[in-house]
Design a protein around this ligand. Structure first.
Ligand SMILES: [Fe+2]
Length: 410
């Protein structure tokens, strides 16, 4: 097992008329984008050249906008290009379908509708034998578009499960919350048994829908839906010591650490969208996203992964830049791995801050991180809570923004 490891994530490309890049839409009659941007993938490729190499690429669904055959052909080429941009082999790219990757036009083919026919043929276009998806959605005898709608892939030191959470979705369901059936979960649990005793650098679930709920940034578009049977899925993942969940669906990005009464933490990344033309009402709150999950090591005491998610946002005419939560919906850095109550962190921080303020009036944030290495893995919410209490107790203010924050005595 070789640390550090890096995992790239692009979600919800929506290849077709709703994507923002001209190179992400079929260039044929019938596909008319609104003000597409030129060279979206070229800009992304230039940006990727400046970051560290990655070990995996995850694509958690809504690759196409409507699963039209022309979109599928374009999407197949785009995924191949992304694989090339990241210099990865095919097995290092895990792609799963979302609710937009089945052909919902089939539900309107018959009048009256013939749901059984539509269900039987809904994945035919994305599984075109000439497309990459005809093989990408398979692993051994398993196929993400056939029951039980999951596949298990072991690549190098990674254990990955791909789950098609959109399999039971239909056009008439609103909101499109997705689901996983208890029968599927039982089968998944049984099949994960043989992997339990093996060591993995990371155990990762990739699905499309939301296993946890989030605050919605725009009230007029509020959709608080959550995957049906999410609690059963989360329980199974904790039992099988999974580390990471990566998903897409709603286009607002989020980072969360899910801990239930078992106290095994699951790092959850809702990736937002890489290239969907976001609704104008979201402007100023959410941007298109690219993420890199960096895992430095495993904690020696409880073997949970330690590291951070780095996120970048695409800004029109500005290219890819570090995300800021107030304009992009997610911070540039979200740390994970330190699972400590804020009061315990406060107890660790207090002696150093108290001593330093006896001889000077300011402490640089970098000093704090050097003095207390655990800070490098402390979730932002834990640090914020501990510092808010310490500010009152030791009379100081926190000024500036990361990584140039300063603690100033008052
Ligand atoms: Fe989507």
């Amino acid at each position: 097992m070789t640390f550090p490891i890096r995992i790239a994530v692009v979600s919800d490309l929506h290849i077709g008329v709703k994507s923002r890049g001209r190179d992400l839409c079929p260039q044929i009659e019938g596909f008319q984008q609104i003000e597409p941007e030129e060279g979206y993938l070229d800009t992304f490729e230039a940006f990727v050249k400046g970051i560290d190499p990655v070990d995996l690429l995850l694509v958690p669904g809504d690759i196409t906008n409507t699963a039209h055959p022309a979109e599928v052909a374009t999407a197949s080429g785009v995924i191949e290009r992304l694989q090339s941009i990241f210099s990865l082999k095919r097995e290092q790219v895990l792609i799963i379908p979302g609710n937009h990757d089945m052909d919902w036009a089939l539900w309107r083919t018959h009048n009256p509708p013939h749901p059984a026919y539509a269900r039987a043929h809904r994945y035919e276009s994305i599984l075109d034998p000439d497309s990459l998806f005809s093989t990408a959605f398979t692993e051994g005898s398993r196929h993400l578009c056939k029951e039980p709608y999951f596949m298990i892939r072991e690549v190098g030191s990674f254990l990955m499960v791909g789950l098609n959470s959109a399999a039971e979705d239909t056009p008439d369901k609103r909101p499109h919350h997705g689901q996983v059936t208890p029968e599927t979960l039982q089968q998944l649990d049984e099949e994960l048994e043989e992997y339990t005793s093996r060591e993995h650098a990371a155990r990762i679930l990739v699905l499309h829908h939301h296993p946890v709920s989030y605050t919605d940034p725009v009230a007029t578009l509020a959709d608080f839906s959550q995957l049906q049977n999410a609690d059963l899925l989360l329980g199974l993942l904790q039992k099988r010591r999974f580390d990471l969940i990566v998903h897409g669906h709603k286009h607002s990005p989020h980072f969360k650490i899910h801990i239930n009464e078992v106290f095994h933490p699951l790092v959850v990344l809702c990736a937002g969208s890489f290239s969907y033309q976001l609704e104008s009402s979201w402007q100023g709150r959410v941007l298109n996203q690219f993420h890199m999950i960096e895992i430095d090591d495993r904690n020696g005491n409880n073997s949970t992964i330690r590291g951070r998610v780095r996120s970048w946002s695409y800004r029109f005419l500005g290219g890819w830049e570090p995300s800021q939560s107030d304009s992009a919906g997610i911070d540039h850095v979200n740390r994970f791995g330190l699972h400590m109550h804020p009061d315990e962190l406060l107890a660790e921080l207090e002696p150093f801050i108290s001593n330093a303020f006896e001889s000077r009036n300011a402490i640089a944030w970098t000093e704090l991180e050097e003095e207390l290495p655990v800070m490098g893995f402390a979730p932002e919410a834990t640090v914020k809570d501990a510092l808010e209490r310490l500010q009152v107790k030791l009379s100081f203010r926190l000024i500036g923004t990361s990584p140039d924050k300063i603690l100033v005595k008052i």
